[in-house]
Ligand binder design. Sequence first.
Ligand code: SF4
Length: 670
Amino acid sequence: MFISRDSVYRVSTLIYLIMTELAKKYCNSLTQYSRYKTREVFVGDLPLGGNNPIRIQSMTTTDTMNTLATVEQSIRMIEAGCEYIRITAPSINEAQNLQNIKNELRKRGYKTPLIADIHFTPNAAELAARIVEKVRVNPGNYADKKKFQTLEYTDAEYESEIERIREKFSPLVKICKEYGTAMRIGTNHGSLSDRIMSHYGDTPHGMVESALEFLRICENLNYHNIVLSMKSSNPQVMVQAYRLLIQQMESEGMNYPLHLGVTEAGDGEDGRIKSSVGIGTLLEDGIGDTIRVSLTEEPELEVPVAISLVNRYNGRENHTPIPSIQESPKDPFAYSRRESFEVAGIGGSTVPKVFADYSEKEIVDQTDLKQVGYSYDPVTDKWNMGDQACDLIYIANYDLHFDAPTGLKVVYDFEKWNSLEDKTKGFPLFPSVDRFNNALTKSFILNFVELNVQSAFSDQLSAIANDEHVVFVLTTNNLHGMAEQRRIFFKLMLQKIKNPVIIKRSYQNDYEDNFRLYSSTDLGALLIEGFGDGVWLTGKDRSDNIFEKSFVNRTSFGILQAARTRISKTEYIACPSCGRTLFDLVEVTNKIRKQTEHLKGVKIAIMGCIVNGPGEMADADFGYVGSGPGKITLYRGKEIVRRNVNSNDAVQELIEIIRENGVWIEPAEI
Ligand code: SF4
């Protein structure tokens, strides 16, 4: 009997929906922080999972055949705090050279466990498993060569495919068992096998099943020294896949440790924000036993980012209690935006809005707004708006001495607004639900009302609920703030309260880097769940100085973009580079960025090699992929449009392709 791809997908989705309805649980608690406990797995002498701390790891970018360069880079990573070192082994030669690298590191006194990264080459894996402490295999390409074909399987054909995998994969499992070598079964959203794609589609469910096909073989062979990962360059997909994986493991009586990562996150601010949205969301729920932050930068620069993300949870379990709830009223395995009505352009189906906080600045003039996306031309008396122009400014008790640009809403503290002669010039912010309920004057268009956990769980809420002129500004002082704010969203959902909600977070006394990572975690975790009709960030550094407005504004827009809830710029899906990389990724990424960063919403992948690059560039619109020394192959989606272009001409050719596809626009002066 033939089963069509569509019918298989529909049935499996239905079964999954029923299952997830029955068990939406994917962590210990949605309100009380604790680590999700997995089994302990030894990687050399350094275990992970169980009660061990969350381990930090990264991957070398040197040529694995260059022993000295790899050893020296590994040492830089170890000294930065890296606890496991991953090294690519694309063929048997590199796998063999892992021995020299290991010997040299040990000779220099470094005992850090090594991990061989394998794609496509079982013979390299089988050799590496005898040398290093852990091997990483990608179930999407260990036993399969990807042809981007849609295939239809009968049950018997599918079973024989699994049998074929078993034959190819079992020798590696047996070697790992014999040598005490650990293994990561690392699924990548961008490189699912044709079989999985045909059977389950390009879905988090397919990612989970891709790992489980291999995991069940390990279990049958009584091999359990396993770590799992579900990486994607899209944090939404990545988070859903890890949650599904936990749920599925629980239903099959398994509890393997989890390696967290966002692939091809890119570099600089964007890479850090995207990684924090994905990794941080899971860490907030106590999920994750080891992390790697993949940035298109030197690997030792990834390590402090990973450490900052992880260190945030020291002592987290001592947070102020949050009203408990057994289960999310929302499907945690799929994105859907919380339903809200629209109030003056906020909420409903509009994009989430961005606040800029000028409450500390007595006099705001036209030039100040440049930092938040508006430039004023005094000659024409006109405003120009950038792609990242904020939507609202909060000026507390001060006056605005000029007319705000059209479309920019001005928000005052209620008392100040109440004293304005022309109340249509702005909107009030009420400091509490109680204050709003008792106020005699209110805006007949739009009122912002601060909502915290106390008022959300008090009788005051019913009087304001579903007032069609109210937008809530959600605040928290809880150490476990994301969970507290999420709990309030749950409460609003359960009570069918559909006012739009702005998520507000303030960070005091911290470094700029941490502000970026932590705000991305806290806001990103809510946004990828479908919560939030706007964001409002404020922060001060360790010397009590307010962070630059432009930095805070960029961070807000960056978080919305990473959560895929508001696209305001070009997206770069750049691989982190490794020993296979055929060009200088940092330099080329910068070059491409310089020429294309005005192409709002276009996704460009920059991948170091053609072996894995095309498979891993996920849903990019265009791809720039190294295909040989000095040679670049250019893609539109997954289709090759120029093969082996000279690298000197490749960026220009890429622009030509973008132009041919009608997506190019000339950069404008902002
Ligand atoms: S795509 Fe990049 S990181 Fe992945 S194997 Fe190729 S060069 Fe290495």
